[in-house]
Ligand binder design. Structure first.
Ligand SMILES: N[C@@H](CCC(=O)N[C@@H](CS)C(=O)NCC(=O)O)C(=O)O
Length: 275
């Protein structure tokens, strides 16, 4: 990195955001120093006009590196790997072309995990708003497709179409993860790479949502996750940000969802065709 870039890596992120976790994992694995600004997404801090100047999509993460502003978690991860070698740190090489397919898959997985998180945990918060408040909150979202999805999650809960789509994304992706984790120690080879950093947050979230049933017949996934949990980056980048109140909120949401959770979302639940 240029001298200026090395002095300042600033991350705008949120504690539980899976896209932020991808970047924090990369920073931790590369042993890079950074400073952070935590945004409270539930309070809508991502819509603050000053933040929108940095990230017009009103999402986290955003990284400032010297005079550069980088948005999109995959772009930030690639940037950190591409620029690390000019720095003084003895960083491992996390990037090689085989990671690209996993970075792409992580975008699909993000859509699925966002749906599951909203339907199980965040729906309650949105449903408690008056129709006017909800409309106001959703109308400021730059991504109106996502706003429409949130509306249908509030209206139809587990039965909304986005849930069918999310389950389909998992059906397509989990076999790839299982097969890669069966053949090498990490997803894209024998070394931990951006492939692992890009995918692990989504499986970790599924676990938090009580949906580890998705890999009950795929032991390679469980073993891969156990290997990951023993790396320092797991504590630094993920666990340290999942505070006791957050854990409690997820536990309560799972309890409230009850049997609907696995009956409607589990991998073997009847599949609702969307067309
Ligand atoms: N493709 C973007 C997605 C970013 C994204 O949607 N971030 C979520 C958190 S994981 C967010 O900020 N959500 C706030 C909102 O939807 O209002 C990336 O990978 O950086």
């Amino acid at each position: 990195m240029s001298e200026n870039d090395q002095r300042s890596l600033v991350l705008y992120h949120s504690g539980t955001s899976v896209c932020s976790q991808k970047v924090r994992l990369t920073l931790a694995e590369l042993n890079l120093d950074w400073t952070g600004h935590l945004l409270d997404l539930a309070k809508g801090e991502q819509f603050h006009p000053d933040y929108l100047k940095l990230n017009p999509h009103a999402v986290v993460p955003t990284m400032l590196a010297g005079d550069q502003t980088i948005i999109e978690s995959n772009e930030i991860m690639r940037f950190l790997c591409a620029n690390q070698n000019n720095g003084s740190s003895q960083s491992p090489n996390l990037y090689h072309p085989d990671v690209e397919i996993w970075l792409e898959r992580s975008l699909d997985l993000h859509r699925a995990i966002n749906t599951f998180t909203y339907v199980i945990v965040n729906r309650k918060r949105l449903a408690a708003m008056s129709p006017e408040e909800l409309e106001e909150r959703l109308s400021v979202m730059p991504d109106q497709e996502k706003a429409t999805k949130f509306k249908s999650i509030v209206a139809d809960g587990f039965d909304c179409e986005a849930v069918s789509d999310a389950r389909q994304i998992l059906r397509e992706n989990l076999p790839h993860i299982n097969s890669a984790a069966s053949s090498t120690e990490w997803l894209a080879g024998d070394q931990f790479s951006l492939a692992d950093a890009a995918i692990i947050p989504f499986l970790h979230r599924l676990g938090m949502l009580g949906l580890s049933v998705y890999w009950q017949d795929k032991p390679a996934i469980a073993n891969w996750m156990a290997r990951f949990a023993s790396r320092p980056s797991f504590s630094i980048a993920i666990d340290a940000f999942i505070t006791p109140p957050v854990k409690q909120k997820y536990r309560e949401a799972i309890t409230e969802a009850g049997t609907a959770l696995t009956e409607k979302l589990g991998p073997y639940a009847p599949y609702r065709l969307t067309s």
